[in-house]
Write a protein that binds this ligand. Sequence first.
Ligand code: ATP
Ligand code: MG
Length: 182
Amino acid sequence: MATDSAPLKEPADSVPATGTTGVEPLVRFDKVVKRYGDHVVLDELDFTVRRGEHVTLIGPSGSGKTTILRLLMTLEKVSDGVIWVDGSPLSHTRRPDGSLRPAGEKQLRESRKKIGMVFQQFNLFPNMKVLQNITEAPVNVLGMEREEAEARARELLDLVGLSGKVDAHPSQLSGGQQQRVA
Ligand SMILES: Nc1ncnc2c1ncn2[C@@H]1O[C@H](COP(=O)(O)OP(=O)(O)OP(=O)(O)O)[C@@H](O)[C@H]1O
Ligand SMILES: [Mg+2]
């Protein structure tokens, strides 16, 4: 990755945008530009993640790693280019003629439901127990029945070895345990 003086740009010999299998990648950055004022952070970045693939972003401080994640979370808007998720434009709406226009707030809210992010700081609700921390969003954002959300939360806690912590508060957990709850 580049530093502040040299914006992040993928080398020309990197993986083609459609991947080697010809199957549409789960995430595709297509010539994505991100500028803050005159400061170009991402310069026509082409970047793909295929289904099931694990990707690590490594680069100097300030080179644009968090910016890529914030764009993918729709917490930031691209200055130019398009981000595709599962074949649909994340931050754009397709017109009947196939051209793209920037998405409105309603579509962005829908897009956000499909993408999750574990923050560097865990952002758990300190006043809520583990189970409630996990069920708040599915119940209040997705409209899931509380009973179903709690059953799913217990399954997930079991999966990450935290069954014994459903009634703990975040302050009673280690850093790694808090991250697993997040
Ligand atoms: N809201 C903003 N306004 C202006 N500039 C910003 C903003 N957010 C980030 N930047 C700048 O964009 C560049 C990339 O920041 P980013 O947070 O993506 O870096 P990073 O690669 O995640 O760094 P680190 O390894 O330190 O976390 C930095 O130069 C930063 O100062
Ligand atoms: Mg960062």
